[in-house]
Design a protein around this ligand. Structure first.
Ligand code: TYD
Length: 138
């Protein structure tokens, strides 16, 4: 099974509008070191196409919708995000691709580490090889 979880955030706010507050330990398990967001993405674009060696992320589609295709080297799952009340929590060693962006899609990512290109695996064959190496060293 592909290792991911969907976090359901509690909505505060009142009849005038909604609010969600996220706190480490309560709503997701890591210390945030970086936040980034993407928007204005072409509907048919495929973003991501990488895995991380260490990074943990909580991914929130704060507006619109898009699909996350998660791959652990053996199985794939597509997670459709279309609500700011949900977060997709993923750890390292998951190949991820994002696609099917609605025109109003804004994706906000909470990340456990600063940006570090050496944490990226951008070649699918290298990803498979590293998985193989880590399972044979256990
Ligand atoms: P990339 O992670 O490849 O984007 P995506 O996974 O959404 O397709 O990053 C795209 C570019 O932005 C790349 O040149 C690196 C840069 N970047 C940063 O400088 N800091 C960051 O925190 C991120 C996520 C990307």
């Amino acid at each position: 099974m592909v290792d991911y979880s969907l976090l359901n955030f509690q909505v505060a706010g009142d009849h005038t509008g909604n609010l969600i507050a996220l706190e480490k330990g309560k709503h997701f398990p890591f210390e945030i070191k970086r936040v980034y967001y993407i928007w204005g993405t072409a509907a048919n674009a495929v973003r991501g196409k990488h895995a991380h060696r260490k990074l943990e992320q909580a991914i929130i589609c704060t507006s619109g919708s898009c699909d996350f295709i998660l791959d652990n080297g053996k199985e794939k799952v597509t997670v459709h995000l279309n609500s700011p009340t949900q977060g997709l929590y993923i750890k390292h060693n998951i190949w991820r691709e994002f696609t099917n962006f609605s025109p109003d899609c804004v994706v906000m990512v909470l990340a456990s580490e600063h940006y570090d290109e050496s944490d990226y695996i951008r070649d699918y064959d290298v990803f498979l090889q590293e998985l193989e190496n880590s399972s044979s060293s256990k």
